[in-house]
Design a protein around this ligand. Structure first.
Ligand code: ATP
Length: 136
């Protein structure tokens, strides 16, 4: 499936379309170069799910926890800054990935071996005209 995001103006429409087509999986790995728009798209998805917390890429911890409109937790990871895989073991990643709650991961390539088998891979690409394509 491929969703086109022409500009930031239709990012919420794109997030809605993603939510309608994302399936039953819980763990979503967002691939894409620096500046591709991973954080921006995760933020839009979380907003569509009714999250009212401030949504930013986790900076100090590896994970931010938000509360969706239905009361469920959502986990937002950014592995960009990890130096050793031990950091991911130490945070207890399995408790999150297998919690049954939605998990959105940025820079999953840095923990590729730890991704659950049923993880959905989502790739964001910047097109020549600056629009984004989201493939999953
Ligand atoms: N769909 C879009 N259309 C136009 N601009 C966008 C879109 N998505 C993101 N941007 C812009 O691109 C920039 C980078 O976005 P963002 O921080 O989400 O990227 P990222 O992939 O998370 O980067 P990093 O890996 O560095 O965290 C921001 O200025 C954002 O406003």
């Amino acid at each position: 499936m491929k969703i086109k995001i022409d500009s930031l103006d239709n990012i919420h429409a794109a997030a809605k379309e993603f939510l309608q087509n994302m399936g039953d999986g819980k763990v979503f790995a967002f691939y894409g170069k620096m500046g591709a728009g991973k954080t921006t798209f995760v933020k839009a998805i979380c907003e569509e799910l009714g999250v009212e917390d401030v949504i930013t890429s986790p900076t100090f911890a590896l994970v931010n926890e938000y509360t969706a409109g239905n009361g469920d937790s959502i986990y937002h990871f950014d592995f960009y800054r990890i130096k050793k895989i031990e950091e991911v073991y130490d945070m207890g990643y399995e408790d999150y990935f297998y919690s049954g709650n939605l998990c959105f991961l940025e820079w999953p390539e840095l923990i590729e071996d730890l991704l659950p088998e049923d993880c959905t891979k989502v790739t964001i690409t910047v097109e020549e005209d600056g629009s984004r394509s989201v493939e999953f």
